[in-house]
Design a protein around this ligand. Structure first.
Ligand code: UDP
Length: 470
């Protein structure tokens, strides 16, 4: 009887999710939001107008409206309407004080108008300052969601210390091989070249300062969520308990989500039809994510390396991913190889591609989502990191988890060819052993009773009890 009364009187828990406007941030936060909604929480996903339009083109967003209690709220990203074509050039425009103030204003208006009122805001770690300032006015907590690995996030906690110790800026000539001893727990892992790429910036650079400020604000959130799993990063995950009273490791989120919501988001079947015509484990999937931009020469080195390796490949090459493309690269790439040997697309349903039996390897830029998606499908990686957290991820892939090889820095057709042969033939057996073991642990973690599943249950329970206390 008491239980029924309590349920009847308790306010409906309502989570507002605030991602940073970039695909690799929106993807996992949207997945988590769908899970919230599936497990009965009212969920409002505060997405930028620009990304809402973009996602609509790529996926069946309308399927989301079938989820109970899931809503999109479109707000500004604060940046000018005419952004540069290359996504990485747009980044600084999202972090100007003017852009951030505009987002804060619209978040404030959103929270003021919500019914039922928001219980908490789950904010991207890079949106921490905005989220903490605005929620303070409403007296509701912020749960941070850092979309990097726990290891890379831990490295960013020590950015300020590294500036003070003179480790930052990492000098491209002198410091690349230098062991980094400033980050407790990672002393034997990271060299200068493995640190997040912002560590190469001058201490007064606005982008570096943005990361320092947001990381320090994030550490004031009530708890933190990672898209990782215990068996992958346990020693570092536990270090976050010294900062946050609660740490939730929910990864791989896309696998945690799959058994609950079965709708496919895939609009396009070109890749899957092409993969169906290939033998198991023979195809190399190539994608450098949604932000990285390659020079014309880099594209051509990869192209020749891939063709010379003799392995069939499926390559995602976005039109905004080649700097000053003059059409030559385009025509060589699209007409230079027999259709059965290579397929070029500008977008692939990556999760489905990695799960396809024909895919035997992934040449990746080491974005965190791509890394986790590959790990959970047991697909070994060749890493070619360029920006952000990618250099840390590629180091972990090759040295800590041993699920792939790190090509860091080099971009030469002979190296590409050799790496592809190593991954698909010569060193395959060794790498596959640890890859299979890791995939198994990833998949166990998301099953009922697994560590990520339990952490999701705890998170939902904690949000429900917040709604009772508000
Ligand atoms: N992605 C996709 N199809 C593509 C390219 C990317 O579905 O053709 C997805 C991919 O599955 C991943 C995300 O976009 O979830 C990219 O995130 P990641 O962290 O790997 O890299 P970023 O784009 O942030 O550099």
């Amino acid at each position: 009887m008491i239980h029924v009364m309590a349920e009847k009187e308790s306010p409906t828990p309502h989570v507002v999710v605030l991602p940073f406007p970039a695909h690799g941030h929106i993807n996992p936060m949207l997945t988590l939001s769908k899970l919230f909604s599936h497990f009965g929480l009212e969920t409002t996903f505060a997405i930028s107008h620009r990304f809402h339009t973009r996602l609509n083109k790529l996926t069946h967003l309308n399927k989301l409206t079938r989820l109970p209690s899931f809503h999109f709220a479109t707000i500004t990203d604060g940046a000018p309407s005419d952004l540069p074509k290359a996504p990485f050039q747009a980044f600084p425009l999202f972090i100007t004080p003017t852009a951030r103030a505009a987002v804060a204003t619209e978040l404030r208006d959103l929270l003021a108008g919500l019914s039922p009122p928001a219980t908490c805001v789950v904010a991207d770690g890079l949106m921490s300052t905005i989220a903490l300032d605005v929620t303070a006015e409403f007296g509701i907590p912020v749960i941070a969601f850092r979309t990097y690995s726990a290891t890379c996030t831990w490295a960013t906690v020590f950015l300020k210390k590294m500036v003070e110790e003179g480790v930052i800026p990492v000098q491209i000539q002198e410091d690349m091989e230098k062991e980094i001893t400033s980050i407790p727990g990672l002393e034997n892992l990271l060299r200068g070249q493995d640190l997040p790429v912002i560590c190469r910036l001058d201490p007064d650079h606005p982008v570096l300062n943005f990361y320092i400020t947001e990381t320090s604000a994030m550490c004031k959130a009530s708890s933190i969520i990672f898209n990782t799993f215990h068996n992958l990063e346990s020693p570092i995950i536990s270090k976050f308990s010294t900062i946050f009273p609660k740490v939730y490791s929910l990864g791989p989120l896309h696998s945690l989500f799959k058994p609950h919501i079965t709708t496919s988001n895939n609009n396009d079947t070109t890749c899957i039809t092409w993969l169906n015509s290939h033998h198991p484990n023979t195809v190399l999937y190539v994608s450098f994510g949604t932000v990285v931009c390659l020079s014309r020469d880099q594209v051509m080195e990869f192209w020749h390396g891939l063709v010379n390796s003799g392995k069939p490949f499926l390559w995602v090459l976005r039109d905004d991913s080649i700097q000053s493309g003059d059409g030559v690269v385009d025509s060589v790439l699209r007409h230079g190889v027999p259709a059965e040997r290579g397929l070029l697309v500008d977008w692939a349903p990556q999760e489905e591609v990695l799960a396809h039996p024909a895919v035997g390897g992934f040449l990746s830029h080491s974005g965190w989502n791509s890394t986790l998606e590959s790990i959970s499908e047991g697909v070994p990686l060749i890493c070619w990191p360029l920006i952000a957290d990618q250099t840390v991820n590629s180091r972990c892939v090759s040295e800590m988890w041993r699920v792939g090889i790190d090509m860091k820095g080099s971009c030469d057709r002979v190296i590409v060819e050799n790496m592809v042969r190593d991954l698909m033939e010569n060193k395959r057996e060794d790498i596959l052993r640890s890859t299979a073991e890791m995939a198994n642990m990833a998949n166990e973690s998301v099953k009922k009773g697994g560590s990520s599943y339990r952490d999701l249950e705890k998170l939902i329970e904690d949000i429900r009890s917040m709604s009772l206390n508000n």
